[in-house]
Design a protein around this ligand. Structure first.
Ligand SMILES: Cc1cc2nc3c(=O)[nH]c(=O)nc-3n(C[C@H](O)[C@H](O)[C@H](O)COP(=O)(O)OP(=O)(O)OC[C@H]3O[C@@H](n4cnc5c(N)ncnc54)[C@H](O)[C@@H]3O)c2cc1C
Length: 468
């Protein structure tokens, strides 16, 4: 690695030349950088926040499947940030039906202190040999005459900085500004992204005097309007992450006021203190069809790697970081990060979770088209375990007996059931198609054409407006 002062007219830009530059010190960026460093390459993470604020990220603090996370950052490093391992189910409050559903959540589940977790991720990456540059805001992406990305330029506390690297990892989160700077004309990189593919969310950390009764549950409650929900996630018995979000296809909600109104209706929050308030956007869409361009890879929120029905994105970000870094490392000793060389990253993402998330997005699309009361009534009538399975796997088989029981309980919602049944058929067809994700960039357009045909079927079945 080398750093040098370089004069350009009257300004002097400090130049850095790591093998890889990562933009963003969140989950995706830390896992990606640690993986590159452990392979013996020089890597710098550029982060716009200060060293103190880095890792302070708006989140519901629910963590799923952490024991299987990549080991570029050892799990023991993150354990102290895990504050509640007693949570084992979802508690769905359905005021419209005066019902509470307790639904088991498959797999390992925990609630974390997100800021502490963020700091520990950064420490773990530093231990692996990563260098962090804080207070450094990326302002542009550089490309050569062939369109290959060659680095980024940034401002650090008013001073210009240049980072030249063999590869740039875009881990800059939701609505990553880097993607506005890159000319993607000659690659497959997915540019079909609009604000309607995002959810706007807000959360507070609330302290209560008495332990809450539901400290072993993640509490969900639909917002008064469709396509949004409130959550209450217990970090401990007396420290609660309380938040809400809505799909940006909807009329904007007043997030702070709506949360306050709900908190006021709950006796357990009488006299509570609010410690911290944060909001952000998160992608609730299918993963990018392709997140690679010569010299450039997008990971985590920057590539739509979030479960679009739960909003859980930490796990996707961790794995995407690892897979992107491994593809780059493989390419560095072997002809460089061309689009072909990076393609295995797209394949691994689709294979691990991308296909599932794309199928789950179909239910998101459905939720924008059906009546919320009808959907809640139906939810209340469904068998809980099967619902949990559907929520996480993207598909569920309901046995005949359960089907009949659910049908009897759900009289009055039969039109919605039929709609849901047909929607499941389209989601299953989409999942099967994503399982045939192409093994080279050349085959992507034909695969996209067939996928778009399947999406036509989704819109026709759900009655929803086209999303992509
Ligand atoms: C309110 C809310 C609640 C959520 N709840 C959960 C939950 O309970 N469980 C869960 O698993 N997921 C949850 N998510 C989603 C989860 O937080 C994200 O999916 C995850 O943090 C994505 O990680 P990331 O590394 O891709 O991006 P981020 O964590 O957003 O990191 C991006 C980093 O890039 C930096 N950056 C951005 N632009 C620049 C720039 N120009 N120059 C330099 N640095 C830059 C940012 O400062 C930031 O540090 C929630 C999201 C929100 C908004």
């Amino acid at each position: 690695m080398s750093s040098q002062e370089q004069s350009a007219g009257t300004t002097t830009a400090q130049r850095h030349e790591p093998d890889v530059v990562v933009v963003g010190a969140g989950t995706a960026g830390c896992y990606a950088a640690a993986t590159v460093a452990r392979a013996g390459y020089d890597v710098i993470v550029v982060e716009r926040k200060s060293e103190t604020e880095a890792g302070h990220i708006a989140c519901g603090d629910a963590l799923k499947g952490a024991s299987d996370f990549p080991d570029a950052i050892p799990k023991s490093q993150l354990e102290p940030a895990i504050t509640n391992t007693a949570v084992d189910h979802g508690r769905f409050e359905i005021p419209q039906e005066d019902t509470v559903l307790e639904i088991p959540v498959p797999g390992e589940l925990a609630v974390i202190d997100r800021w502490e977790y963020g700091r520990r991720l950064i420490e773990g990456a530093e231990d692996a040999g990563v260098e962090f540059h804080y207070d450094t805001v990326v302002q542009d992406v550089t490309q050569d005459a062939d369109g290959r990305v060659t680095g980024v330029t940034a401002i650090q506390r008013g001073e210009p900085r240049t980072y030249d690297a063999a590869a740039v990892i875009d881990a800059a989160g939701s609505l990553s500004v880097l993607q506005d700077f890159v000319d993607f004309t000659d690659s497959t990189f997915d540019t079909n992204v609009t604000f309607q593919h995002f959810c706007s969310a807000y959360r507070e950390i609330v302290h209560v005097d008495e332990p809450v009764e539901w400290s072993d549950a993640l509490v969900f409650k639909p917002t008064e309007r469709a396509a949004g929900y409130l959550w209450y996630f217990p970090r401990t018995e007396t420290e609660i992450n309380a938040g809400l979000g809505f799909q940006m296809t909807e009329e904007p909600m007043k997030l702070v006021d709506d949360l306050k109104r709900d908190l006021e209706t709950r006796a357990e929050f009488d006299g509570a203190d609010v410690e911290d308030k944060l909001g952000a956007a998160l992608p609730t869409r299918r993963p990018y069809d392709s997140a690679v361009h010569p010299g450039y890879v997008a990971v985590g929120d920057a590539a739509g790697h979030v479960n679009p029905t739960t909003g859980g994105g930490i796990a996707g970000a961790a794995y995407a970081g690892q897979y992107a870094a491994e593809a780059i490392v493989d390419s560095l000793g072997n002809g460089g990060p061309t689009e072909d060389a990076l393609w295995e990253y797209n394949q691994r993402v689709m294979d691990h979770f991308g296909a599932r998330y794309a199928a789950l997005d179909v239910y998101n699309i459905l939720s924008t088209a059906v009546d919320v009361d009808d959907l809640m009534g139906l939810l209340a009538a469904m068998p809980g375990e099967k619902l949990a399975e559907a929520l996480y796997s993207g598909s569920a088989d309901i046995g005949l007996k359960l089907k009949l029981e659910a049908l009897l309980k759900s009289r009055g919602h039969w039109a919605t059931i039929w709609n849901l049944y047909q929607t499941k058929r389209t989601a299953d067809a989409l999942l099967a198609h994503y399982e045939q994700y192409p093994d080279s960039p050349d085959a992507l357009p034909a695969w996209q054409d067939r996928r778009d045909e399947l999406m036509e079927d989704v819109y026709e079945t759900t009655g929803a407006d086209p999303k992509y």
